[in-house]
Design a protein around this ligand. Sequence first.
Ligand SMILES: Cc1cc2nc3c(=O)[nH]c(=O)nc-3n(C[C@H](O)[C@H](O)[C@H](O)COP(=O)(O)OP(=O)(O)OC[C@H]3O[C@@H](n4cnc5c(N)ncnc54)[C@H](O)[C@@H]3O)c2cc1C
Length: 542
Amino acid sequence: MAPTVRFDTHEVFNQSPAFENVDLFANDAPLQDAVRANGAEGEAAALSAFGRQWGAAEMFALGRQANENLPKLHAFDAAGNRRDTVEYHPAYHRLMAESIAAGLHASTWTAAGRHAAPPAEVARAARFYMAAQVETGHLCPVTMTRAALAALAAEPALAGKILPKVLTRSYDAVFRPWWEKSGNTLGMGMTEKQGGTDVRTNSTTATPSGDSYSITGHKWFLSAPMSDAFLVLAQAPGGLTCFLMPRFLPDGSVNGLRFQRLKDKLGDRANASSEVEFAEAFAWRVGAEGAGIRNIIQMVQLTRLDCAIASAGLMRMALTQAVQHCRHRSVFQKRLYRQPMMRAVLADMALDLEGAVALVMRLARALDGAAEDAREAAYARLMTPAAKYWICKQAPAFVYEAMECLGGNGYVEESMLPRLYRQAPVNAIWEGSGNVMCLDVLRALERDQDAADLFSSLSREAAVPSAAAMSFETASEANARILVSSLAVLASAAALKPSAPPAVADAFVRTRLARSRGALYGAAAIDEATTDMLLQRVLPEP
Ligand SMILES: Cc1cc2nc3c(=O)[nH]c(=O)nc-3n(C[C@H](O)[C@H](O)[C@H](O)COP(=O)(O)OP(=O)(O)OC[C@H]3O[C@@H](n4cnc5c(N)ncnc54)[C@H](O)[C@@H]3O)c2cc1C
């Protein structure tokens, strides 16, 4: 119960206490179940330690500070010399240091640049999910760093040089050459003014110069500009090619990256996203000339998974705040938590979150198993774009509904909901926007028989009534969103079966697959016993 505070004029009461100094793992039954169901139960104690660390009031304060104190571009010094550096608030650096110390940027890679043994992906996904609940902006460079290593595999000698610097658990924010630092982070530049999705339109050029290349052109979005090196796409003589562009030249001088400005973004404010020009910038080739898209695809599968996990994390924090508030707030002589309509809203949201968590953890397991098992590889191929599409698209409406559960308090900055709400759309937009994800699912179904087979076996796994089973035979671009939404819901149902209690998995199938429900939350007609179970699983009542 929140303490009653007496002012000269009134008492403050009937307000909810802050959700902080909590264990983000121990309080999260769906996450614990999904971790167990996907082979990472041995990590439970370590995940709980991580949950306590990230659930501390101090971490929430760092998240707030990092977003209130925007990164600042210093394009020039006082004498007019180019500086091209970005200054961050210390809170951002602390968050980076903690995420990197926990290995969120590299724990899924071995020293040789191979995938770490299972359940490395599941364990990292659980940590990433918890960190995203506290602050998501700083996770952009964390995500890019771990994903870029997948593309670097195409150039083993280069990877051999960079990898030891990236794999350290040390965050080194000082602006100096990568080889002098205790740890490196990596960014990426693909999007140009004339095209982001269609990177074949990239106009930036790469001219061979000895055993490196000279890159001239621009990128319209280049996030985390203080990264030590960037994966960049540019047109080489042999076609669109992937490069690694360090901030410093091998002689220790600053490379030709000129930051024009930082984007003034809706959200994601802790993270700097720059517009940059490359003035004969030095870069190493990654993979063959002309193989740029093929190489970069290795990376985007990982960033897309992280988008889905991060959006699920935003949903989790929003719903937790809503349940916490409703447990303490009374309206018309009754706790909001006991008001039947509010319970219907919260339980309906909880069911979507159950599906999202089960799906991202199942997907992480597929990545864990992909190297050894063709079916897991097919699952990862098909479900990465489907999960990114579905979960990232759900997040904004979900966070909005959670905001309303807090009434006016939810609309006010101190409540954290406005920040979650501003952050929510970005994961759907970057790294392949919604339609692009759906096109990717169609491509996987067309080209990969294992993926196509998986589609039918998911219906059996989820025990979906035959009337609700789907077919992709008639899939076309125009109806791809229908297909991919259904696929993601089906895969969530299948992922819930071995993970959540039967009542939860059954309620998911009943309300999301067997019949249609209302367009807005609270219209799914979930029975009272399941409602109670769902809400206890969001946040156990003390
Ligand atoms: C906060 C933020 C940070 C970012 N950081 C980076 C970064 O670090 N590096 C980087 O390279 N990029 C970055 N981006 C850019 C981002 O990846 C692109 O904005 C995104 O890929 C979309 O590209 P675009 O903006 O050119 O839109 P477009 O490609 O023009 O797409 C516009 C819309 O058209 C849709 N569309 C595209 N093709 C089709 C089709 N065939 N059929 C139907 N619909 C279609 C898309 O789904 C989208 O909704 C960032 C973006 C944001 C918002």
